[in-house]
Design a protein around this ligand. Structure first.
Ligand code: FAD
Length: 519
């Protein structure tokens, strides 16, 4: 009894010592950070917003939020932590809009950098009058929607997009940035000329193909591991004014992807190719065709989608003010005539280029008004090789995802040739691979619960593993080093080398849980 009492007292003493040490460490961290000479400010109070993300499942409370007003604020904060040496437990997470799914832009007891605070830096558009090919210089915290609005004033726009534009430049470039234009232009990381980066040692470096090219390629698709993107130079092209937007349906997956692949081939004249799966949705036609006009209203009204799995091909043709609309329509008609969709299911729409690119925001506004935006999002984004996509579809769309689920299931192919293998982004090693995005929301009381959706996601991953599908996760999430090593495959050694070169103390982007903080 006496021994137990002694052990208990000793344990309590030890815990108190640890708590005291942590408290001392905390307060010394706080006072040293408070002494930093910053143009912006460090907020130690209002930190809860920075502990949330779009996934709505992970919550790590940071010590402070940095609102930088200049790149030197970011460099000072990181340099300060770097100088504290390997014993400091402080980490730094850049936060774009916090649209991550599993806490990737969060840090427990570290510093979150609110990248949008850099946003007042002016966007600088360079037109063909000053340079051979137009580009725009933007802050790493800039939203793509703002870049669109600004560049359109000059009749220009970036070439490659994401489906949703209220994301930041640094956030999408840390992943890849993919949408229906990627088959032609590659992902957003293939359309950047130059970056300004703050490394994990607090150095401010410019990088491009020619200057610090190892850092440049490492940061693109690098999950924020090697540096914080504070500025980016993005390629522009002449902006179209209008978009002819078309949706057609297929019953057969093979026919659907055969046509998608035909449309992403080199001689294709369309500008955007995507698609989605419609699973067992009674009356859904009335939904997805909203604001689309059927080419043949009578036949379309007789088409029944009830209880079936269908595949919707979505394409777009851009055109300019001076283009002849009839010629454009005729061209689209000719392209469509070579496809084998269900003939009664041709739906078209005509919108401005801006409205087309910002289309997901319309859904955001609707979902927000119903309180269905800030719900958990157990999303699963996959890159599936062309050689196994049919088997994947049979197993996943045919057997696992048979219930109605709340959220789109997007499927479209991209050309590997448009991706630069020197970047950190990981894709399957085939000429064509498919983005399969299963974007399920867990609306309380309405749909499957989060746990059920996560179990289903796990079944998809296990099925794919057992069937040898050879997929890669996009916006990857893993919990063990072994899984990360396997994800990066042949790129792993280079990824580790770059980490030890640019962020040797593992200060940056701890939310991915790839590299533990150096001891
Ligand atoms: P955050 O979530 O804040 O950050 C993402 C990661 O990047 C974190 O690790 C963070 O630390 C790091 N990071 C942020 N800023 C910087 C920086 N300046 N420098 C270095 N690292 C940084 N993606 C697509 O590719 N295509 C799509 O069509 C697409 N559609 C989407 C639609 C919706 C509705 C949502 C919510 C997301 C979509 N995404 C899409 C995913 C999107 O690309 C990611 O969420 C991405 O993380 C960008 O979000 P963010 O700017 O909020 O970055």
């Amino acid at each position: 009894k006496r021994t137990m009492l002694i052990v208990r007292s000793f344990t309590i003493l030890l815990l108190s010592c640890i708590a005291f040490k942590l408290a001392c460490c905390f307060s010394s961290n706080i006072s040293s950070l408070k002494a930093l000479p910053l143009v912006g400010n460090l907020d130690f109070e209002h930190v809860h917003e920075a502990s949330k993300d779009f996934g709505n499942r992970y919550q790590l409370i940071p010590l402070a939020v940095l609102h930088p007003k200049s790149v030197s604020d970011i460099a000072s904060a990181i340099r300060h932590i770097w100088m504290m040496g390997p014993h400091s437990q402080l980490t730094v997470a850049a936060r774009g809009r916090g649209h991550s799914l599993q806490g990737q832009a969060q840090t427990r007891n570290g510093i979150v950098i609110r990248m949008e605070s850099l946003h007042p830096q002016k966007l600088q558009v360079h037109t063909v009058e000053d340079v051979p090919a137009p580009y725009v210089d933007v802050s790493g915290g800039e939203l793509w929607i703002n870049i669109l609005h600004e560049t359109l004033k000059y009749g220009l726009a970036p070439k490659s997009w994401t489906d949703y534009l209220h994301l930041t430049v640094g956030g999408t470039l840390s992943n890849a940035g993919i949408s229906g234009q990627a088959f032609r232009h590659g992902p957003q990381i293939s359309n950047v000329h130059q970056l300004e980066v703050v490394t994990g040692k607090g150095e401010i470096l410019n990088c491009s193909e020619r200057q610090n090219s190892d850092l440049f390629h490492g940061v693109l698709g690098g999950l924020g591991q090697f540096g914080i993107i504070t500025r980016a130079r993005i390629a522009l092209e002449a902006a179209p004014t209008m978009v002819k937007w078309v949706r057609v349906l297929y019953q057969d997956f093979s026919a659907f992807i055969k046509d998608q692949e035909r449309l992403i081939s080199a001689d294709n004249k369309l500008d955007y190719v995507e698609g989605f799966v419609i699973i067992n949705r009674t009356g859904l036609l009335n939904n997805w065709r909203l604001s689309f006009t059927p080419e043949d209203p009578l036949q379309a009204s007789q088409f029944k989608s009830d209880g079936r799995t269908l595949y919707c091909l979505e394409v777009a043709k851009y055109y300019f003010k001076l283009d002849n609309k009839d010629v454009i329509s005729q061209g689209v008609k000719e392209t469509l005539s070579e496809l084998s969709y269900i003939s009664s299911t041709l739906f078209t729409s005509e919108v401005t280029y801006e409205a087309f690119l910002d289309r997901v925001h319309v859904s955001e506004v609707k979902l927000r008004s119903k309180g269905q935006w800030e719900v958990p999002h157990p999303w699963l984004n996959l890159l599936v090789p062309r050689s196994t996509v049919k088997e994947f579809a049979k197993g996943v769309f045919g057997n696992i995802l048979t219930d109605t689920s709340n959220g789109p299931v997007i499927v479209y192919p991209v050309n590997k040739a448009k991706w630069d293998n020197r970047t950190s982004a990981v894709t399957p090693e085939e000429d064509i691979f498919y983005l399969v995005a299963i974007l399920t929301s867990a609306v309380p009381g309405k749909d499957d619960g989060v746990e059920q959706i996560l179990k289903r996601n796990q079944r998809i991953l296990e099925f794919s593993e057992a069937a040898g599908i050879g997929l890669k996760q996009y916006l990857p999430h893993y919990t063990t080093r072994e899984e990360w090593r396997s994800h990066f495959g042949a790129k792993w050694d280079n990824f580790v080398r770059r980490k030890s070169r640019y962020d040797p103390l593992a200060i940056l982007a701890p939310g991915h849980r790839i590299f533990p903080k150096a001891p």
